[in-house]
Write a protein that binds this ligand. Structure first.
Ligand code: ATP
Ligand code: MG
Length: 257
């Protein structure tokens, strides 16, 4: 038991090794990711930053096996993606969450729970707690088609948490939300960290990254420019925005030269 505990503590929650992915072929070939390696520890909040088209969503889709890598490997809690059963370990919020408009919030969560193999009893126990946590109790029996962007985002979060996974992967969870909605999502991420979950999320909102993350990764044109502590990164410049922009500009300049 003790040995098992020790092993589980040293396994990274997410381990990406020499990942490569391109789209298209010949002259139209687009190298979306080039030799990307990243390791995220258990219990960490890790922010993934990069300009539009940098490769953030592609990395996330590879982690979920929605896409197959050209090269390299991905492991989640020690399970090899594409080889071992790993999906029950992760909860995912897409960049563009899509729901069945005619289902209610409650039915949406019931469907997700069933699809992830949970018993009806376990789901019924969990749904009220999730709805309450996401401020959706009053909207529980309303059809999702009429939900606002913020409500859909919170329902997407509840969906990601239905099966109580250890690792949470959120693609731009705060995008398009008003300050109240953003605050709610930030609070939730902080609470999930308190519970010991690992959270890997992409965002363009640097102040949110600064408020939440232990470590960050910065990617540009499929190449990882930085990964490490936020404090270390900030120590060498005038705030996250300036450091981030300078790093990306320098990389673009170097690749153009
Ligand atoms: N299915 C696809 N087919 C062809 N090219 C794709 C596909 N998905 C992504 N790409 C390309 O891969 C690159 C990385 O895209 P990706 O969506 O991962 O960027 P991103 O960092 O998530 O950007 P954003 O901040 O805009 O969401 C882009 O050049 C994009 O055009
Ligand atoms: Mg994206």
């Amino acid at each position: 038991m003790r040995a098992k505990l020790k092993t589980s503590m040293i396994i990274p929650a997410i381990e990406i090794t020499n990942l490569g992915k391109s789209f298209g072929s010949g002259r139209k070939k687009n190298q979306a990711l080039l030799d990307l390696s990243l390791s995220i520890e258990q219990g960490e909040v890790f922010g993934f930053l990069g300009p539009n088209g940098a490769g953030k969503s592609t990395t996330i889709k590879l982690l979920l096996r929605f896409l197959k890598p050209d090269s390299g490997s991905l492991r989640i809690m020690g399970r090899t993606v594409g080889q071992d059963e790993f999906r029950h370990k992760i909860g995912y919020l897409s960049e563009f969450p899509v729901f069945y408009d005619h289902l209610t919030a409650r039915e949406t969560l019931l469907l997700s729970g069933r699809l992830s193999g949970m018993s009806r009893q376990a789901i019924d126990q969990r749904i009220p707690m999730l709805l309450d946590r996401m401020n959706l109790t009053e909207a529980a029996n309303r059809r999702v088609g009429g939900f606002s962007k913020g409500m859909k985002q919170r329902l997407g979060m509840a969906n990601a948490l239905v099966h109580d996974p250890e690792v949470l992967i959120f693609d731009e969870p705060m995008s398009g939300l008003d300050p109240v909605g953003r605050h709610q999502i930030k609070k939730l991420i902080a609470e999930l960290k308190q519970e010991g979950k690992t959270i890997f999320f992409s965002s363009h909102i640097l102040s949110d990254i600064e408020a939440l993350c232990d470590r960050i990764g910065i990617i540009n044109k499929g190449v990882l420019l930085y990964s490490g502590g936020l404090g270390v990164f900030l120590a060498s410049g005038n705030g996250l925005e300036e450091r981030f922009v300078t790093l990306v500009e320098e990389a673009n300049h170097a690749s153009a030269a």
